[in-house]
Design a protein around this ligand. Structure first.
Ligand code: FNR
Length: 375
């Protein structure tokens, strides 16, 4: 189908499934165990309902904002997803170029298929990029990566904390991973086990020993703001706040780690409540920014998170599916769809800017009532 027939972000998934290499589909779409959390991530947004306001002159609407002090045309960033070349020969560069064109921020993954420098080189002057970090057992390697990133102008470091061991992604495990791109594998520095899918083949270097008391070391080796990606309780969010981190991403890694982890949007509700109750902090907040990812497919999903206090949300798979099927044009289209959805939905909510999208606009009374549908 031509791009003009794509009407929403879900459409990219349906088309990508038909046209992508089977191994890429298995790696991108897979989630852990019974994939309950993966389905829940989007379903959780269905338990939040709007309370829009009327008669507010919404001729002019503006959904631009700032993430960690950096301007973005919308409260969405492209989150880190590994192995971009499985889906398209240009891999992550599709994302970099499209992010530049649309004025959004890209988070570069540690395990990108393209090299880190290639991705930074492909950016426009002043284009903002963040780095996602998997922490190596060899801290000298990690230190080199972090300091090199800072030197290359990366603006923030997102340390992934939900993956001390990879979840079982059975769809992916059924595929034997062949590294056509030696770069994907060499970065780990470890012996590569190709017998159990792409994920297992590339992640042997990640340190399961990472702990809270390592945080000061990260703070000592870089001036970049540090954000923990993969926080799933208010207790850990408050610990991050107390330790002077710049923020957290409430995320379950797209349902690819602990199955039956709750959705980021549900966790946001308790984090907002406890930050206020125990620390007197209200969101959104400049000093401590809270992000959400997982299952975000519509501007309405994003606006629910914004209403509750998130600074911005991350979107992963839709962009992977978009470039796998259509290259950069697909990512451009996905971002254009989101822009159009923001414009319409801000008007329908009765909000001129994101500042007008307030907690009273969302009914959260059902957020904790999970119903797990049998697949
Ligand atoms: C991921 N994610 C991820 N996260 C991370 O910290 N490091 C990584 O290398 C990857 N790699 C990765 C690969 C693929 C194929 C997917 C789908 C996801 C998780 C990602 O950053 C994010 O948390 C989720 O993708 C968000 O959910 P959606 O938008 O994909 O539903």
């Amino acid at each position: 189908p031509s791009l003009s027939e794509i009407l929403n972000l879900h459409d990219f998934e349906a088309i990508a499934k038909l046209v992508m290499p089977e191994k890429a589909w298995a790696y991108y779409s897979s989630a852990s165990d019974d994939e309950i959390t993966n389905r829940e991530n989007h379903a959780a947004y269905h338990r939040l309902w709007f309370r829009p306001r009327v008669l507010r002159d919404v001729t002019h609407v503006d959904w631009s904002t700032r993430i960690l002090g950096h301007q973005t045309t919308m409260p969405v960033y492209i989150t880190a997803t590994a192995l971009g070349k499985l889906g398209h020969p240009d891999g992550e560069l599709n994302l970099t170029r499209s992010a530049a064109k649309h004025g959004v921020i890209q988070m570069i993954p540690t395990l990108a298929s393209c090299s880190f420098d290639e991705i930074v080189d492909a950016a426009q002057p002043n284009q903002v990029q963040f780095l996602q970090l998997y922490v190596n057992k060899d801290r000298e390697v990690t230190k080199r990566i972090v300091q090199h990133a800072e030197k290359r102008g990366i603006k923030a470091l997102f340390i992934t904390v939900d993956a001390p061991q990879l979840g079982r992604r059975e769809k992916d495990m059924r595929m034997k991973f062949e590294a056509d791109d030696p770069h994907e594998v060499s970065k780990s520095g470890d012996k590569v086990d190709r017998s159990q899918g792409a994920a297992k083949a590339i992640t042997g270097f990640i340190d399961p020993g990472l702990k809270w008391s390592d945080i000061p070391w990260f703070q000592s080796i870089t001036k970049m703001p540090l954000i923990l990606k993969g926080v799933q309780t208010w207790e850990d969010a408050l610990e991050a706040y107390d330790r002077g981190l710049a923020g957290v991403v409430l995320s379950n890694h797209g349902g690819r780690q602990l199955d039956f982890a709750r959705s980021g949007i549900e966790v946001l509700v308790e984090v907002v409540e406890k930050l206020k109750e125990k620390r007197g902090v209200t969101l959104p907040n400049e000093r401590f920014q809270v992000f959400v990812d997982g299952g975000v497919r519509r501007a309405t999903d994003v606006l629910k998170a914004i209403a509750l206090g998130a600074t911005a949300v991350g979107v992963g798979r839709p962009f992977l599916y978009a470039f796998s099927a259509y290259g950069q044009d697909g990512v451009d289209k996905a971002l254009q769809i989101l822009h159009d959805e923001f414009e319409m939905n801000l008007r329908l909510l009765g909000a001129n800017t994101l500042k007008d999208v307030v907690p009273d606009m969302v009914d959260t009374s059902n957020i904790h009532s999970h119903v797990v549908a049998v697949p």
